[in-house]
Write a protein that binds this ligand. Structure first.
Ligand code: BTN
Length: 265
């Protein structure tokens, strides 16, 4: 695999030219692009959105539920600041942001590796060949609820054979599967274009989540959800129009609005 080359100023300019981005804030290294994006919103009301907060590397990448996000040079780590009302999205559509982000990653991956086995995992992961390819962390600043920060960690050219042992068999990058280094600028451009199309379709009331259900990793599997102190187990029947996971349990079909997927078989 070729060495890691940071995105250039030309790459960043082309991202703004070819996608719905209005501006980009970049860091060679930062703690967490989500944390940077949230402080940026808190420090100014004048964020031009959609605004990309991009870092070549993070020292304290954050995942859901207080987890950390491990990343290496060659992966993509960024946060997109959007203004939901500007994009024609209602506050109650906020749970769908992570689902559409996952779908945009899946569509991007399928363009690059058309025969590979990509899947979305409720609520916020993308899988490739049964291993985690990308994670999404969506956060809404309490003082500015019309904004949302969509953080994405996407494994592109980093290799999991050098990852911490506990991740070596659970994570994967595009390069791990294809044996080839991929253009991170092209991937980011394609991802943002897909996301723009999906947000527009959502704002027009189109059934955008149907595509998500077609690629759902958990459908037909027996899934255990940890929701606070409660454990719910049932057969996954996809998601409904609002993005809730549907589980067929012994006491009927349950709509799961939040929680952690503890396991699936
Ligand atoms: C998860 O799988 O739990 C979500 C991981 C999200 C990681 C990304 S990397 C860019 C952005 N900044 C962060 O600190 N986290 C997200």
């Amino acid at each position: 695999m070729s060495g890691h080359k940071p995105l250039s100023s030309d790459d960043l300019a082309s991202l703004v030219r070819e996608t719905f981005l209005r501006d980009v804030l970049t860091f060679e290294e930062t703690d967490s692009t989500n944390t940077r994006a949230l402080s940026f919103i808190a420090s100014t009301q004048l964020v031009e959105t959609p605004h990309l907060v991009y870092a070549e590397s993070q020292t304290s990448g954050r995942g859901r539920g207080g987890n950390t996000w491990w990343s290496q040079p060659g992966s993509l780590t960024f946060s997109l600041i959007i203004n939901m009302s500007e994009l024609g999205l209602a506050p109650e559509q906020q749970p769908q942001l992570a689902l559409l982000t996952g779908l945009a990653i899946l569509k991007t991956g399928q363009q690059i590796l058309p025969r590979a086995d990509f899947a979305v995992k409720w609520p916020n992961d993308v899988y490739l060949a049964d291993r985690k390819l990308a994670g999404i962390l969506t956060e809404v600043p309490p003082q500015s609820p019309q904004h949302a920060v969509i953080g994405v960690g996407l494994n592109v050219n980093n290799e999991f054979q050098t990852a911490p042992p506990e991740l070596q068999n659970t994570g994967i990058s595009l390069a791990d599967l294809s044996g080839q280094s991929q253009s991170r600028c092209e991937i980011l451009t394609s991802f943002l274009q897909h996301l723009d199309e999906l947000f527009q379709a959502l704002s027009r009331g189109e059934p955008v989540l149907a595509d998500w259900s077609d690629s759902c990793l958990l459908t037909g599997k027996t899934v255990t959800i940890q929701a606070g102190p409660n454990e719910i187990r049932g057969v996954c029947r996809g998601i409904d129009d609002s993005g809730a996971l549907l589980l067929e349990t012994n006491s009927g079909t349950e709509r799961i609005l939040g929680g952690v997927v503890a396991n699936w078989v």
